[in-house]
Design a binder for this molecule. Structure first.
Ligand code: GLC
Length: 486
């Protein structure tokens, strides 16, 4: 089984959010199941600093605006198999991935259309002929439309994974000429009078998955305008929710080289040293018994920052220490820079993107706060479980599927959960957590250790993806899928 992942991001070469982690870790986990995976992403500026690149081919691709001459570069990582990079400097040799200084690049339609179109030419150029194109999010959602309307042989199947329905790639119809699709193809991906790339992907992919079972259910009710087509696919069993895993090669406090002291579920005592070091590094007072609450997140509406802003004073009045790491919306960046300055020694904000600090904060914190408005899967709550930072989350999407409320009677649960998207509900959950932390340290350690022992590795989820790949390529063998090139 050969699978080509086509995506806008792949960790650690190009990362904005969880998409990058998933592309990397899932493709690796599949290789452990003997699936031959390869990855195809753009060659953004700076990629060459992290991986050795070799020329692997050239492509001349006829887009609406004329031919684009691209190079294909290839890199290889020990456990990961080949990564192909689409090198087209006018589109990708820029400071950002999607934009700069809060401004999205205006030509991302053309940029990612080129990537999608190139994905179909890649097999010919580099000699890797996939059974499955596994595409991710709107950026690569044009792959099935190109396959269908540009006369490529239908020898491969397409699986689309939706990581976030909030981003659909919606553009005015006037831009369609750039795509180099026939009229029939353009109208097929037009939705409510606009080009909608994700809509086209959902419509024409052979199978659609999303990143948690709860999110797969939720988006049929509230699917950002796409619920109808999502329900249609779900009714035919063609919309499947598979929970993401996390990469324990990278995220394991027992071996993590980025944290101050290693520790494990068998002996979590090293957590205290990480807390002390973080407090020292960020100028928080050195108090081992004050609950340290952390947040690591892109600073965007989805993540529930309006609740945190509304409740910030009341959160701090619970007597906690607070640390935040993230960048994003300038409004939130300014709020946290200002708000934390009002609590010297008790609150700190790192307005930046840093893998290293992310690991350190997970290792140091007692509590991890994730009050998302919606959350397709969420990875940080799983990192937190592994690192013994007890999660306080809103019950939505993947958060609902991974965090269970602590029940003192049965002594079960791995965190604290609230339902309603309101500051009061979030505060109440945080209060339950902080209260227990102070009142019953032994129960606290039991919750922590329970979370640390859970298995959120990719192994089980990768097997589910493999099952879907097999189902897809099997249906081809039985002749349902048109002409086979092999
Ligand atoms: C997106 C979603 C997040 C998910 C990630 C990886 O960033 O917002 O919930 O975990 O993709 O699938």
């Amino acid at each position: 089984m050969k699978v080509l992942f086509v995506a806008a991001e792949c960790a650690p070469y190009a990362k904005v959010g969880g998409l990058a982690d998933v592309v990397w870790a899932l493709s690796k986990a599949l290789r452990e199941l003997s699936v031959e995976t390869a990855i195809f992403i753009p060659k953004y500026r700076g990629v060459e600093d992290n991986i050795e690149l070799a020329e692997a081919g050239e492509l001349s691709i006829a887009m609406g605006g004329g031919p684009c001459h691209c190079r294909i570069l290839k890199g290889t990582r020990p456990k990961g198999g080949p990564i192909y990079f689409l090198d087209y400097p006018p589109y990708f040799d820029r400071a950002g991935i999607y934009g700069e200084r809060g401004e999205a690049y205006p030509d991302s339609l053309e940029r990612f259309a080129l990537l999608s179109r190139a994905a179909l030419e890649l097999p010919g150029a580099v000699g890797f002929a996939p059974d499955i194109f596994h595409i991710h999010d709107w950026h690569t959602s044009l792959v099935p439309a190109y396959l269908r309307f540009r006369g490529f042989p239908r020898s491969a199947k397409i699986l689309l994974t939706i990581h976030n329905l909030a981003h659909q790639g919606i553009y005015p119809l006037e831009r369609a000429v750039a795509l180099g699709l026939p009229d029939e193809g353009i109208s097929a991906i037009t939705y409510r009078g606009k080009l909608n790339l994700l809509y086209g992907g959902i419509k024409f992919a052979d199978l659609v998955t999303t990143v948690s079972p709860s999110y797969a259910r939720e988006i049929q009710e509230n699917g950002e305008g796409l619920e109808e087509i999502l329900r249609e696919r779900a009714a035919k069993g063609e919309l499947v929710g598979i929970l993401n895993g996390i990469d324990y090669d990278v995220w394991d406090p027992k071996t993590d080289p980025l944290i101050w002291a290693n520790y494990s579920a068998d002996d979590p005592s090293g957590k205290a040293a990480n807390k002390a070091e973080l407090q020292k590094a960020l100028g928080l007072s050195p108090e081992p018994k004050v609950p340290l609450v952390g947040m690591i997140s892109r600073l965007v509406d989805q993540k529930g920052f309006d609740l945190v802003m509304e409740a910030f004073e009341r959160m701090m009045s619970l007597g906690i220490q607070f640390v935040l790491l993230g960048t994003g919306d300038p409004e939130y960046e300014e709020f946290f820079a200002r708000a934390t300055r009002r609590y010297p020694g008790r609150a700190a904000a790192l307005i930046t993107f840093s893998e290293e600090w992310a690991h350190r904060i997970e290792a140091a914190c007692d509590i991890f706060l994730m009050p998302s408005k919606f959350e397709p899967c969420g990875l940080n709550q799983m990192y937190s479980l592994r690192y013994g930072a007890v999660p306080v989350v809103r019950a939505t999407g993947g958060l609902r599927d991974t965090v269970r409320e602590y029940d003192p009677r049965s002594d079960t649960g791995n965190g604290f959960v609230f339902e309603e998207y309101r500051a009061e509900a979030m505060l109440a959950a945080l209060k339950r957590a902080v209260g227990l932390y102070r009142r019953d340290p032994e129960a606290w350690v039991r919750i922590m250790v329970r979370g640390m022992r859970e298995d959120h590795s990719w192994a089980a989820s990768a097997r589910e993806y493999l099952r879907l790949y097999e189902k897809l390529s099997g249906s081809e063998r039985s002749g349902e899928g048109g002409t086979s090139g092999r």
